[in-house]
Ligand binder design. Structure first.
Ligand SMILES: Nc1nc2c(ncn2[C@@H]2O[C@H](COP(=O)(O)OP(=O)(O)OP(=O)(O)O)[C@@H](O)[C@H]2O)c(=O)[nH]1
Ligand SMILES: [Mg+2]
Length: 389
């Protein structure tokens, strides 16, 4: 993703900027430029930053003027501080959905996520009551704040499927919900008086739960994921991984990866969206390791004097956030620490864009125009979304 790539560059440049700002700003500019370069090289070395490929120059751009060629300090780098200040003013939204067969631990994992290192310090979730069967699609949000940066994390819990004798079309309510959020966003965008910041309820990631059967993907999971993969970023996980031995887990994971490929199911991170070698190396590691085998809990236990999230069994405590025990930490880090911005970018530039183009084409063909159809009252009409399924 182009933006995701920029984001990585921004992170790098901000490291350089921070280092540069610590230097005496009173220095003569040419001396400062030289020092800047030195610091740049040092930071690049320290962080093993790969040498950047030269910037792409637009056909009618007269080449690139780099820091050393400028007559004086222009201050372009200050834009990073400006961006940071703006970002910190309001909470950014991140929306995760959990989907899968009934009883696989989806609601438990939602609690695990909120009680884990994602939010342990920042909020005290109120989930002490026993988790009951989820019968309606429901969303739970928390504002999580770290070093002044606020994130509004929303987890959308869905009722499990598979309880009915006939599970045909059991994906429909979920597909409909995802499309409805795109529709809401589209309508906000098309308003004559647009909001400065459109509330973003679009699903940025769908964690899909697979039962730890140790066999292959079941037809229902294939059908479900095929449909979802076209409209949202899916991250598959093996639920209740504590029921598998290490060998079974490895074998099962391998089999699932084969099946995903055989059935052409698109899961996140997709190869097509890798921007460069750096992305490819990072994402290949993830692709080789999915689906993450996770264990969920909402209980804390004492282990060596520390409180840990875990499942107490007759044989000991399975620590949810311990990577020796399960891969919950890998999932949490992928969602929050390493790929959050990319997930948002893929949602906006790929999934939402596909939806938007299709909707606008449809309204052009019908000759009514999307705005004339339903923007009068500014609400998303259910039928519009349903027509996309
Ligand atoms: N062994 C084991 N049990 C788990 C795990 N996660 C949840 N459970 C248990 O599985 C049962 C169902 O958990 P839920 O979180 O309600 O499952 P769900 O997928 O939300 O179920 P529905 O709401 O019916 O779709 C509960 O008794 C949990 O304690 C896990 O990782 N391992
Ligand atoms: Mg549930």
């Amino acid at each position: 993703m182009i933006l995701a790539k920029r984001y990585t560059n921004i992170q790098r440049i901000s490291l350089i900027t921070e280092a540069v700002q610590e230097l005496d700003l009173e220095l003569e500019q040419p001396v400062r430029m030289e020092e800047e370069r030195e610091v740049e090289l040092q930071v690049e070395e320290e962080h093993e930053v790969e040498k950047e490929s030269p910037c792409l120059v637009e056909p009618n751009t007269q080449g690139v003027i780099r820091g050393g060629d400028l007559f004086g300090y222009v201050g372009i780098e200050a834009v990073l501080d400006q961006m940071k200040r703006k970002t910190m003013k309001s909470a950014f939204e991140f929306n995760i959905m959990v989907v899968g067969q009934s009883g696989l631990g989806k609601s438990t994992l939602v609690n695990t996520l909120f009680k884990s290192k994602v939010s342990r310090k920042s909020c005290t979730p109120n989930y002490e009551e026993k988790i009951s069967k989820t019968v309606h699609l429901q969303s739970i949000s928390h504002i999580i704040e770290e070093k002044g940066v606020k994130m509004r994390l929303t987890v959308i819990d869905t009722p499990g499927f598979g309880d009915q004798i006939n599970n045909e079309n059991c994906w429909e309510p979920i597909v409909m919900y995802i499309n409805e959020q795109y529709e809401k966003y589209l309508k906000e965008e098309l308003h004559v008086n647009r909001k400065r910041r459109i509330p973003d309820t679009r699903v940025h990631c769908c964690v899909y739960f697979l039962p730890a059967t140790g066999h292959r993907l079941r037809p229902i999971d294939v059908e479900f994921m095929k449909r979802l993969g076209k409209i949202v970023s899916i991250v598959p996980v093996i639920a209740k991984a504590d029921t598998l031995t290490m060998d079974e887990r490895l074998e099962f994971k391998q089999r699932i990866r084969q099946d995903l490929q055989t059935h052409g199911i698109r899961v996140y991170p997709q190869k097509e969206y890798d921007e460069d070698t750096e992305d490819r190396i990072l994402n290949n590691k993830i692709r080789e390791n999915i689906p993450f085998a996770v264990v969920g809990t909402d209980k804390e236990h004492q282990v060596n004097g520390n409180k840990v999230l875990g499942r107490k069994t007759k044989w000991g405590i399975i620590e949810v956030e311990n990577i020796e025990h399960c891969e919950f930490a890998n999932l949490r880090d992928l969602l929050i620490r390493s790929h959050l911005q990319d997930l948002k970018d893929v949602t906006h530039y790929i999934h939402y864009e596909t939806y938007r183009v299709r909707r606008l084409n449809e309204s052009n063909i019908s000759g009514l125009g999307l705005s004339a159809l339903s923007l009068e009252n500014g609400t998303a009409e259910k039928n519009d979304a349903e027509s996309q399924l």
